[in-house]
Design a protein around this ligand. Structure first.
Ligand SMILES: Nc1ncnc2c1ncn2[C@@H]1O[C@H](COP(=O)(O)OP(=O)(O)O)[C@@H](O)[C@H]1O
Ligand SMILES: [Mg+2]
Length: 332
């Protein structure tokens, strides 16, 4: 088949005030490994880097299907834009549709949807301007709180100082987030428990990959003493985390984690693949944090790590994603 590949390269990311602006986008190396994987599946690959000529280029080339990893540059609709163009042109593509990509990227909207479906998620308040903080205090959320940009990923806007013990710390962090990321801020009750991520593949009957647990690396654990771990941008970019995959869980714990992940996947309308991030409260109950319908596929990303723990190679993963998408379109 003629497979298109749509992506955003880190090196093309427009400058912004935020130091972590390009964090979601791809290294050239990742694009090349996806190309090689698709070729190993017997396909011809044509690359379509994100840009203003995309619609015309796709229309001229008309790939049979597009393998989409394009994150877009900015705004909560950024991940929805390429799939919307592909739908406009009637070209099949891998992964979720524009509605789900936009819904998942707006963490506040996603929480409202999973909450309505009965999935536990930390109590929260959306701050669109500093004046909202008075109403937040009246809403009675319990400290410590946690503040993050509502429409980012890859730990953008998440720092160790995102964990907030009192109103003064909350105000300072919200002020910085509003100014730097120019979007609403999601303030949540802080979950002090273990952190997990669940990789899912398919439609209808889902493949659940081994659950990954994210923990502080040895050096960071020593520095933290007993203080809470946050999977922040500093930790991620400094490779200061450690993973356990499969995570050691009792059958009962695993059942609960998988239930939160699978229900969230279905409630948000995810297709083909997604990674769901969860964290446990003080009682050990898993809660939905956010969904990643375009999970990172680089060599160091969580989804490929989970897949490897299941005994599948990167090439097998890429071709499995393509296969579930083709089957969904009846092209299998
Ligand atoms: N309510 C919360 N309680 C505890 N930790 C949180 C909370 N929200 C986010 N975090 C921490 O911040 C990290 C990034 O948050 P997440 O919502 O997954 O955003 P991103 O899209 O950047 O991955 C999480 O992996 C977790 O360590
Ligand atoms: Mg996350």
């Amino acid at each position: 088949m003629k497979v298109g590949l749509t992506y955003n390269l880190k090196q093309d990311c427009p400058q912004s005030e935020a130091e972590d602006a390009a964090a979601e986008c791809e290294e050239r190396e990742t694009v090349e490994s996806i190309v090689r994987a698709l070729q190993s599946g017997g396909h011809t690959v044509k690359e379509f880097p994100y840009g203003s000529g995309l619609l015309r280029q796709l229309e001229d080339e008309r790939p049979d299907i597009v393998f989409n990893v394009a994150e877009g540059w900015s705004g909560r609709n950024r991940e929805a834009l390429v799939p919307a163009i592909l739908e406009f042109l009637g070209i099949p593509y891998t992964g979720s549709d524009p509605l789900t990509l936009g819904l998942a990227l707006d963490k506040v909207a996603a929480k409202r949807v999973v909450l309505a479906g009965g999935v536990p998620t930390p109590r929260f308040f959306e701050v669109t301007r500093l004046e909202d903080l008075a109403a937040l205090e009246r809403a009675g959320l319990s400290y410590p709180l946690f503040a993050k940009p509502a429409w980012e990923g890859s730990s953008k806007g998440v720092r160790s100082r995102s964990l907030l013990e009192d109103p003064a710390a909350l105000k300072a962090q919200v002020e910085w987030l509003l100014r730097t990321y120019r979007q609403p801020v999601l303030v949540e009750e802080f979950l002090p428990g273990r952190e997990f991520s669940v990789g899912l593949l398919g439609n209808g009957e889902l493949t659940v990959f081994p659950i990954i647990e994210v923990l502080p690396g040895e050096e960071l654990a020593r520095e933290l003493g007993g203080r809470n771990f946050v999977y922040s941008y500093e930790v991620k970019s400094g490779n200061r985390e450690r993973f356990r995959c499969p995570a050691p869980l009792t059958e009962e714990e695993e059942r609960k984690v998988v239930a939160v992940a699978v229900q969230s996947y279905r409630l948000l309308g995810c297709r083909d693949l997604a990674r769901i991030d969860l964290r446990c409260d003080a009682a050990g109950e898993p809660h939905f944090l956010e969904a990643n319908p375009l999970p990172g596929l680089s060599k160091v990303s969580l989804f490929p790590l989970q897949v490897r723990a299941a005994g599948l190679s990167f090439e097998e993963l890429i071709n499995a994603i393509l296969a579930v998408a083709l089957e969904r379109y009846g092209l299998g």
